[in-house]
Design a protein around this ligand. Sequence first.
Ligand code: PBG
Length: 329
Amino acid sequence: MYPLIRNRRLRSSEAVRNMVRETIISPSDFLVPLFVVEGKGIKEEIASMPNYYRLSLDNLTKEVKELWKMGLHSVLLFVKVPDNLKDNSGSEALNENGLMQMAIKTVKNTCPDMLVMTDVALDPYSSYGHDGIVSNGQILNDESVEVLAEMSISHAKAGADFVAPSDMMDGRILSIREALEDEGYINTGIMAYSAKYASAFYGPFRDALDSAPVDIKNVPKDKSTYQMDFANRFEAIRETQMDIEEGADIVMVKPGLCYLDIVREIKNEVDVPVAVYQVSGEYAMVKAAAEKGWLNHDAVVMEQLTAIKRAGANVIASYFAKDVIRIMG
Ligand code: PBG
């Protein structure tokens, strides 16, 4: 009780604040998302994601070397697929010499110890921009899961350490785990996007990959029949528990900042590592406000990422990973 307790004593100098700080972010917390495109010598800035780029394989090599040197030792790969290779069932996703498979090999050849995780979902490959197969205005579940399991095998074969299913179909973790076991990829992990909400914060990402749902008749215009309703909390726990039972090694909550209540709740509930994805729209908001001079970029980045870790994140996927290293000096 005051005056016996004066909380300001523990805030009175930089040294004491540093000593009692509860949450410290470090390079090993981060998973760096990378966008890969076909071609050579390509490094295109994404319009809605300033200072973030689509890279061709040669530039991917350079980027990965730089990340490794900075102490960033995990990447999460996404590919931008040319329109002419897209179809309803995402068949290009299974091409052994497809862009994702080549990207995995490129990273592993450049930096064998880099942890490689791969996005598993149909949307970048889908002519309709959905994470599963579309039929009569519906996204088919079990048929899509079959493709996702094959896709996972193909990534494992190319050298992925973890597959990261981001599609939110039911039962996909079990099917993927069984497929990996059957094919002998017993050490390939699964990072499940377990509580992935139908969020407007994915907009810039869909620009980056040109993967937004298309606006045509008999194709659902959004992802709300598979991604979660952002009003829900219990459902996030159920989804996460099911993914763990089905064999997920790491579970994820996505997006980040608006969902930190869910992150803490899941952290308290489960005993596997919890990942949080600070998504493209969260990145874009900070960049835009900083560009206008309305927010201090570096200070806001550190505050948000520390908050994500404080909420319970063991792994943070963030487009700010390199900024964090720079800021921490
Ligand atoms: C694809 C996928 C998305 C993101 C990661 N994987 C987009 C979506 O579900 O529509 C979003 C990442 C971001 O916004 O940074 N299934």
